[in-house]
Design a binder for this molecule. Structure first.
Ligand SMILES: [Ca+2]
Ligand SMILES: [Ca+2]
Ligand SMILES: [Ca+2]
Length: 301
């Protein structure tokens, strides 16, 4: 049913975008120009983006994790239960798509924390909101043409308090899409922020890992080096800082937001054998040694 709904809504929205393009400009359709790329699953060099933070979905002050299993179409919510501990994976929703859907971190969708998903052959970007119980409360199309290698829409890079999206194309260009602040979480035309990222194994956003309260980007390159691209809070970035080497063997690396309760952003990782790890952020662009949290996360790679 959800697959059918996606397609129906998508058709209506495509028609709307086409009409808009012949008259008054609809800023949401500008991203159509991006070249479509194959899903990440077809590439052996790209880390999984199937696990990410959802923020605090149930309102208990602890950040929760989302995980998408491409084999079953399930998105599961793992509620934070303590300092870097999580409960069982409760089914939040199903996302069916042709080709395979991908999910990415998002801000709020109709005032509810949730996530972004890119679905179907036209790479429609959808927003999902989750209610306090962890069930899908709202879902709808944002715009077509988001066939990006990486996408992260949960952090504010421009200083207006509205979450922006950062995406990386298959040709290695990084783009910043400013959040418009409307209920359905649409974004403006992309501004190029980087090039040469075609070999990055993962790129993701963090609300702040350097301690200046400005959102940062992080990425692991083909040599396994983890870099921070510090944000200025004005939609630009200062020169990258090296965090360290040896991050290339992970199956996934993402911002877990703060899951230890000290207000500093932590990193989450899934090892190649399916262990969830947390690297506690020190708030100065460095991270403590990994703590193994739980096993059984391999289906999300
Ligand atoms: Ca929570
Ligand atoms: Ca913003
Ligand atoms: Ca920062």
């Amino acid at each position: 049913m959800r697959s059918i709904r996606h397609r129906l809504v998508g058709v209506v929205a495509v028609v709307g975008a086409f009409v808009a393009s012949t008259g008054a400009a609809d800023p949401r359709v500008h991203v159509v120009r991006h070249v479509r790329v194959a899903p990440a699953a077809s590439s052996t060099s790209v880390m999984s983006t199937n696990v990410s933070s959802a923020g605090d979905v149930n309102g208990d002050g602890r950040n929760d994790l989302l995980a998408f299993n491409p084999a079953t179409d399930e998105v599961r919510l793992y509620r934070g239960t303590g300092a870097a501990t999580f409960g069982y994976g409760r089914l939040a929703t199903l996302i069916t798509s042709d080709p395979e859907a991908r999910i990415f971190p998002g801000g709020t969708y109709y005032s509810r924390p949730g996530f972004l998903a890119v679905v179907n052959s036209d790479s429609w970007l959808y927003g999902y909101g989750l209610d306090r119980a962890g069930d899908e409360s709202c879902c709808g199309p944002v715009a077509p043409g988001w066939g990006l290698r990486f996408l992260d829409g949960h952090a504010d890079f421009t200083g207006d308090g509205i979450a922006d999206a950062v995406g990386v194309t298959s040709s290695g260009y990084g783009y910043l899409y400013r959040g418009r602040g409307d209920a359905n979480a649409s974004f403006t035309h992309g501004t190029r922020i980087a090039s040469g990222w075609a070999t990055m194994r993962v790129v993701f956003a963090a609300t702040d890992v350097t301690g200046d309260r400005r959102a940062d980007l992080l990425g692991v390159d083909s040599a396994g080096v983890l870099w921070i691209f510090p944000g200025t809070g004005k939609g630009t970035f200062t020169p990258k800082r090296k965090v360290g080497s040896g991050w290339g063997g992970l199956g996934a690396l993402f911002s877990a937001r703060d899951v230890t309760g000290d207000g500093r952003v932590d990193l989450g990782a899934i090892t190649s054998t399916g262990t969830l790890r947390i690297y506690k952020g020190r708030g100065d662009g460095t991270f403590s040694s990994a703590v193994a949290v739980s096993s059984g996360w391999a289906p999300y790679l």
